[in-house]
Write a protein that binds this ligand. Sequence first.
Ligand code: IYR
Length: 238
Amino acid sequence: MTDQTTDRGGAAQARTHPFVPYRPSRVEQTEAIARGRQFLELLETRRSVRSFAADPVPGELIELAVATANTAPSGAHHQPWKFVAISDPAIKHRIREAAEHEERINYDGGRLPDAWRSALAPLETNADKSYLDIVPWIVVVFAEKSTPLADGSLRKNYYVNESVGIACGLFITALHTMGLATLTHTPNPMAFLTDILGRPATERPYILFPIGYPTPDCEVPDLHRKPLTEALEHFPNR
Ligand code: IYR
């Protein structure tokens, strides 16, 4: 093993990340299909929820979900995300008030274009975000356009949307695995989250996740996922 790499000109440079062996064990095909099916079956039961119980959720579950999100691949491995976890009722209430203020302008003040309103109509969403007071946790994800370094300089990040989007997907999957429900809420414009949570200008609010258990009488729209024949194409066609 060496901690030097050689560029095309032949000059040696220090390696920031020395390379280490990666030898994950091969999963035999029957076992792979069984595991894939089981994982799919679990994720088929995931639904976005807007009706949350006040039941407490241990902070350790939130930490596990963020640790899972933190495994996401990212542009240049800069990991341009920050997950801010809130359980304080006063802060949750401030977030609710500000989110409802924006959503009232969206829904009732005509900010949502007509086509958008019609697309949302079947989901029966509205400006009421009372769940933000009820849920035991709100996690707000921030995307870091750049990251301040210890020496005071700013490191530019790459593929920020892609990286943070993937991290959020893993986060949602981890929550569901632990029996928790959430909702990808984007109460646009979301600048109020920067103010309330005191985030730096290098970050922008990305998604707000209320997290908890669904109420016993929770209902969700009877949505169906498009069949694999629509989600997947082989090229060239088989
Ligand atoms: N942010 C609003 C509107 C909304 C937009 C989309 I696109 C949705 O899929 C659902 C809602 C709200 O949360 O109500």
